[in-house]
Design a protein around this ligand. Sequence first.
Ligand SMILES: Nc1nc2c(c(=O)[nH]1)N[C@H]1C(S)=C(S)[C@@H](COP(=O)(O)O)O[C@H]1N2
Ligand SMILES: [Mo]
Length: 334
Amino acid sequence: MLIPRRDTGFVHPFASEITPQAVYQDRRRLLQLMAGGAAGAAVAAWAARDALGQESGVPRPGKLAALPARRSAVDGAATMEKLTDYKDASTYNNFYEFGTDKADPARNAPTLKTRPWTVEVEGLVKKPGKYGIEDLLKLSAQEERIYRLRCVEGWSMVIPWVGYSLSELIKRVEPQGSAKYVEFVTLADKATMPYVGSRVLDWPYVEGLRLDEAMHPLTLLAFGMYGEVLPNQNGAPVRLVVPWKYGFKSAKSIVKIRFVEREPGTAWNKAAKQEYGFYSNVNPEVDHPRWSQATERRIGEDGLFAKKRKTLMFNGYGAQVGQLYAGMDLKKFY
Ligand SMILES: Nc1nc2c(c(=O)[nH]1)N[C@H]1C(S)=C(S)[C@@H](COP(=O)(O)O)O[C@H]1N2
Ligand SMILES: [Mo]
């Protein structure tokens, strides 16, 4: 992300292992029709999907463990957009612990050990604690949310994530009145992450949100995508997805959630302060110092030389999150 890169095209090292995503798309469409278009109705979507799969003899989308979820009412904007192919979403990644090239995470992340896994909740909360990943998974009902993910580099994807609102966890741990920010610390394990220790970033990779941003129902604690547990390269076993902010705010492979009083230092802010601010809201009107943020390329859909699409304010989630920033100068707080 520090170096403006020209796109070198897509690499699909594991293409042969992944069944066509079209199958998934078709079933979703069918289920939407079956649900009478009632977005958010608690349809047993995944049960139905599996049944459909059995009937038609079509294999499941990938080969990771299924993570059943019901359709959510909160995703909104991107729900009816064409989903990014699973193979693109899982082979075109940013996960610098595994390398800086888009194809590196898929190649190198198989070494990541996602079990056992503990997420520690600490800092200014009444009920700090350690959550084993299995308990964290079951803390609230899993929902499927279709969110856009827009990278600061100028590309975007539309992904059906599986998880629940981070607010479910936050409510349980009862933040103290003095807690104003939430810090997300991710794994930095030299033994399994080849680039930890390299000078490209300060490790561990840390992200942060204001407490009200973290409490917003759109902020998703994600455990899966496309109906399955997350592939390692997408941040297994648990990551954040903050759909109205640039992709880098969505910290992967989280090990600590810490409640603090002051704005935490974050990985990209520390690496290049003048380029990556704390807020990092998707904002087509605020250029990155070295390139424009006015347009984006939808991965897998637009083609390398096709016309780019216009980037939407707050990545299209303005109606839901705009009020969080009322009265703030978003050119100053970028
Ligand atoms: N721990 C960690 N989390 C991370 C990153 C990273 O390098 N390390 N990269 C971020 C960036 S820049 C983006 S765009 C998204 C990419 O998520 P994806 O690979 O699932 O599309 O993850 C974010 N989370
Ligand atoms: Mo990014």
